[in-house]
Design a protein around this ligand. Structure first.
Ligand SMILES: Cc1cc2nc3c(=O)[nH]c(=O)nc-3n(C[C@H](O)[C@H](O)[C@H](O)COP(=O)(O)OP(=O)(O)OC[C@H]3O[C@@H](n4cnc5c(N)ncnc54)[C@H](O)[C@@H]3O)c2cc1C
Length: 395
C-alpha cells in the first residue's frame, strides 16, 4: 500500500541509506528518518565488506537488480557529490572472472548461457584468452573462464559514506539511537521506540538492520528466517607492484581475490582475499580466526598464482553475512504487518545491489509497486510457500 507520511528506516548501512536517498530523490513528501545506533559502523556489514560488484547472477531478479546497480556505481562518484562530501567509491570495472575446472565446467557452461539469455554482460573466455587476460595465473587444470567485463570492485566505506551524505543532503534525518521496540495498531505499523524511551510515529517502518534484522522482526511479532553468519577476509601485501590489476578472480576452490590498489607511490601493492566456509555456524561472531590464512586461504591462492608466493599477511577481519534459507534477500512489505517493509537477508551480495534495492523500496513505499525491477519473487511469504529463489552464482 502506498504511503506519503513519515518513513522510519531502522539501520543506516548501505541499504538503509540507499533507501533514504532514493525516497528523497524520488520526491517522497513526508519525513524520512534513519535510526542508526552506531555512528562508527564498526560492526555493520557495509563497513566490513570486500567491495565486489557484479551482474553475473543466474536468476532474472538478481541480474536486473545488479544491472541497475552497476550502472549506478559507474556514475556514483560524480552523481552523488554534495556540498561537503565527495564520494570515493572508485568503482574499477576490471571484471569478475570465474575459472572453470573439470568439476565445475558443465555447471558453468550452462550458467553462462543462462546469464546471456537473461541479458547479463558475460563472456566465455578460452584458456588462450585467459593467459593474455591474467598472465601468471596457472591454467593447466582450467577448461575456460567466465568473465563479466562490466563487473569489478569499489570501496565499501566510500559507498556507505556517499549514500549517507547524499541522503542527508537531500533531507533525510539521521538519528543516533537504537530502536528497542515497534508499535503496531490493528495489524498496522505505527512507529518505533528508541532506547531513550522516545517514540517516533511512522506511517511506514523499514527493517534495514542487516544481520540484526531478525531481532527487529521479533519486535513486530514476526519470525524472519535470517541468521548472521561470520565471513572472514584477509589483506596481504605483495613484495613488488604486480604488473597488471586483477579482476575479481574466483578459483574453483572458492578462494577469490581482488586488488587493493596503492594510494601513494610508496604504498605496497595489496590484495583482499576471501573464501566462504560452508559449514560456518550461525551467530554474531566477529572474531577473526587468523589460522585460516595459512590453512584455507594462502595455499590455494599461491597454487593458482605461484608468483604471489612471497606475499605477506597484513590483517584479517570478520563481519556478518545476513543469511536466508535460499541466500537471497527479503524485499517488500510484510504480509502480516501493514507498513512494515523488509530490505534484509542479502548474504554476500547486499553492497552490489544496494542502489537497486533503494530504488525499488522507494517505489514500493511511495506507490505500492516496484516498476524498476519486479521483486515480487523475493517476498517474505516464499519460504512458507516453498517457493525459494534459486541462484547458483552465489559465492
Ligand atoms: C566480510 C564480508 C564481505 C562482503 N563482501 C561483499 C561484496 O564483496 N559485495 C557485496 O555486494 N556484498 C558483500 N558483503 C555483504 C554486504 O556487506 C551486505 O549485504 C550489506 O552491507 C548489507 O547492508 P545493510 O545496510 O543491510 O547492513 P549493515 O551494513 O550491517 O547495516 C545495518 C545497520 O543497522 C544498524 N542497526 C541494527 N539494528 C538496529 C537497531 N535496532 N536500531 C538502530 N540501528 C540498528 C546497525 O548498527 C548497522 O549499522 C560482504 C559482507 C561481509 C561481512
Amino acid at each position: 500500500m502506498a504511503r506519503a507520511g513519515t518513513v522510519v528506516i531502522v539501520g543506516g548501512g548501505v541499504v538503509g541509506s540507499s533507501i533514504a536517498y532514493h525516497l528523497r530523490r524520488d520526491g517522497h513528501a513526508g519525513r524520512v528518518v534513519v535510526v542508526e545506533r552506531d555512528p562508527t559502523y564498526a560492526r555493520a556489514s557495509s563497513f566490513l565488506a570486500m567491495g565486489g560488484i557484479r551482474q553475473q547472477f543466474s536468476s532474472a531478479v538478481n541480474v536486473q537488480l545488479a544491472q541497475y546497480s552497476t550502472r549506478f556505481y559507474a556514475a556514483f562518484d560524480r552523481a552523488l557529490k554534495v556540498p561537503g562530501h565527495e564520494p570515493h567509491v572508485n568503482f574499477r570495472q576490471r571484471g569478475y572472472l570465474f575459472l572453470a575446472d573439470d568439476a565445475s565446467a558443465d555447471r558453468l557452461e550452462v550458467r553462462v548461457e543462462r546469464q546471456r539469455r537473461l541479458g547479463a554482460s558475460v563472456e566465455r573466455r578460452s584458456v588462450d584468452q585467459l593467459s593474455a587476460l591474467v598472465p601468471g595465473v596457472r591454467l593447466d587444470d582450467i577448461r575456460f573462464g567466465v568473465f563479466g567485463p562490466d563487473d569489478g570492485y569499489g570501496e565499501p566505506r566510500g559507498v556507505l559514506a556517499g549514500f549517507r551524505a547524499a541522503a542527508a543532503a537531500a533531507g533525510a534525518e539521521y538519528l543516533p539511537a537504537e530502536v528497542v521496540g515497534l508499535t503496531c495498531r490493528s495489524g498496522r505499523i505505527a512507529g518505533v521506540e528508541l532506547d531513550s524511551g522516545e517514540p517516533v510515529g511512522a506511517d511506514a517502518v523499514v527493517n534495514a538492520a542487516g544481520p540484526f534484522a531478525a531481532r527487529l522482526g521479533k519486535m513486530a511479532g514476526i519470525d524472519l528466517p535470517i541468521q548472521p553468519v561470520r565471513q572472514q577476509l584477509f589483506r596481504c601485501a605483495l613484495p613488488a607492484r604486480w604488473p597488471y590489476r586483477f579482476p575479481v578472480v574466483i578459483d574453483p576452490t572458492g578462494v577469490h581475490w581482488r586488488h587493493d590498489d596503492p594510494v601513494t607511490e610508496s604504498d605496497p601493492d595489496r590484495l583482499v582475499v576471501a573464501r566462504t566456509r560452508l559449514n560456518e555456524p550461525p551467530g554474531e561472531n566477529f572474531d577473526c580466526d587468523l589460522s585460516r590464512w595459512e590453512s584455507d586461504f594462502r595455499p590455494p591462492l599461491v597454487r593458482r598464482v605461484p608468483g604471489l608466493k612471497p606475499l605477506e599477511l597484513v590483517e584479517g577481519w570478520a563481519g556478518l553475512y545476513a543469511m536466508t534459507p535460499d541466500h537471497n534477500p527479503l524485499l517488500g512489505e510484510h504480509p502480516a504487518v501493514s507498513g512494515f517493509f523488509l530490505a534484509n537477508g542479502f548474504s554476500g551480495h547486499g553492497l552490489m545491489i544496494a542502489p537497486a534495492v533503494g530504488k525499488v523500496l522507494s517505489e514500493l513505499i511511495r506507490t505500492g509497486r516496484a516498476d524498476t525491477v519486479d521483486v515480487s519473487c523475493l517476498d517474505a511469504g516464499r519460504f512458507d510457500r516453498g517457493d525459494l529463489v534459486h541462484d547458483e552464482a552465489l559465492i
